[in-house]
Design a protein around this ligand. Structure first.
Ligand code: ZN
Length: 293
C-alpha cells in the first residue's frame, strides 16, 4: 500500500511539474507577458529578467511578415497580463487578437519613433537601428513597470543595463560606419532603412518591405549593372530566408555574399549558438563595415 501511495505521489508530482511548464497561467505570482515577434521578445526578456514570464508569440524560425496566429495561440494569450507589439504594419494580426481576448493589456511600443514612410506605408524595421531600439526599450520598460509596480525597481535596474548595452552598440555603429570607403549596400528586402538613415548609408533593395514579394527581372538586371558599374564586392543575404535571387546575382557578378540579419526571428542554428539581439546586431555592423571597406 505504502509503495502504491508513493508511486501515486511521484506520478502526481510529475504531472504538476509538466503542467507548470505548459500552463503558465497557473503561476499568478509572476506577470505573464507576450511579445509579438523576436526582437521585442528579446528586449522584453532583458528588462523582465526573472520576475516576469516572457513568451514570443511567433514560433522560432518563422518569418513574421504576413504571419497569422492559430485559434489556440490566440486562446493562450488570454491568460497574459500584457501584450507587447510593434504596430507599423509589422504585426497587424495583433488587432484580431486584441478583439478576441479580454485579459491582457496591449501596448504599442513603437510610439515616439520618427518612422520612415515609403509611399503610403511605413517601414516597420525600426529595431535594426540601435537608436530606435533605445525608444522601443524605454516603451517596454514603461509598460512593465506600470503593470507590475511591485517589481518596478528591478525592471528599472535591468533597463539601465540594457540602455548601456544599446548605447554601446550605437557607438559601435557610429564609429565603424563613419569613414567607410563606400556608402552603398545591397540587400534583398528593405529592412535596413533605419540603419541607412541613422548612420549615413545608402541601402539598395531588390524587393520592397516584405521578403514575400517577387524579385522583378528588371530590378535584378538593374542591381547587376550597379554592382558592375560601382565595382561592388559584397551583397547581403538574410539568414532566416536565404533568398535565391541573391545567389544568382552573386554568381552573375562575382560579388561575395555576406549575411545581414533582419533579426525578425532566429534560425534553429542561431538559437543553438545562444545568439540574441545584441550579438546579431554586432555581427551586422561588422559585416557592413567589411563590405563597405
Ligand atoms: Zn522585414
Amino acid at each position: 500500500m505504502k509503495k502504491l501511495l508513493s508511486i501515486f505521489l511521484a506520478i502526481s508530482i510529475l504531472f504538476s511539474l509538466t503542467s507548470c511548464n505548459t500552463k503558465i497561467s497557473k503561476r499568478p505570482d509572476k506577470m505573464v507577458v507576450y511579445a509579438s515577434f523576436y526582437p521585442l521578445y528579446d528586449l522584453t526578456k532583458k528588462i523582465a529578467g526573472n520576475n516576469a514570464i516572457v513568451q514570443n508569440i511567433i514560433p522560432p524560425g518563422v518569418e513574421p511578415h504576413d504571419w497569422e496566429p492559430t485559434t489556440k495561440q490566440v486562446a493562450d494569450i488570454e491568460g497574459a497580463s500584457l501584450v507587447i507589439y510593434l504596430g507599423l504594419g509589422m504585426d497587424s494580426w495583433i488587432n484580431k487578437v486584441e478583439t478576441s481576448v479580454s485579459g491582457p493589456k496591449f501596448v504599442n511600443v513603437s510610439t515616439g519613433i520618427d518612422t520612415i514612410k515609403v509611399g503610403n506605408a511605413v517601414n516597420p524595421h525600426v529595431w535594426l537601428s540601435p537608436k530606435e531600439s533605445l525608444i522601443l526599450a524605454k516603451n517596454i520598460k514603461n509598460a512593465l513597470t506600470e503593470n507590475d509596480k511591485k517589481n518596478k525597481k528591478y525592471y528599472e535596474s535591468n533597463y539601465e543595463n540594457l540602455v548601456k548595452a544599446l548605447k554601446q552598440l550605437d557607438n559601435e555603429y557610429t564609429t565603424k560606419l563613419k569613414n567607410t570607403k563606400t556608402k552603398t549596400f545591397i540587400v534583398y528586402h528593405s529592412a535596413f532603412d533605419y540603419i541607412a538613415r541613422d548612420y549615413g548609408l545608402n541601402q539598395v533593395s531588390i524587393v520592397g518591405m516584405s521578403e514575400e514579394a517577387e524579385a522583378s527581372p528588371a530590378k535584378i538586371a538593374e542591381v547587376i549593372k550597379l554592382i558592375k558599374d560601382k565595382n561592388i564586392k559584397y551583397i547581403f543575404t538574410e539568414p532566416l530566408t536565404s533568398p535565391k535571387p541573391i545567389q544568382s546575382i552573386a554568381s552573375e557578378t562575382g560579388a561575395k555574399v555576406l549575411p545581414l540579419n533582419t533579426i525578425e526571428g532566429l534560425t534553429k542554428d542561431e538559437m543553438d549558438k545562444g545568439y540574441d539581439y545584441i550579438t546579431l546586431m554586432k555581427q551586422n555592423v561588422d559585416n557592413l563595415q567589411n563590405a563597405l571597406n
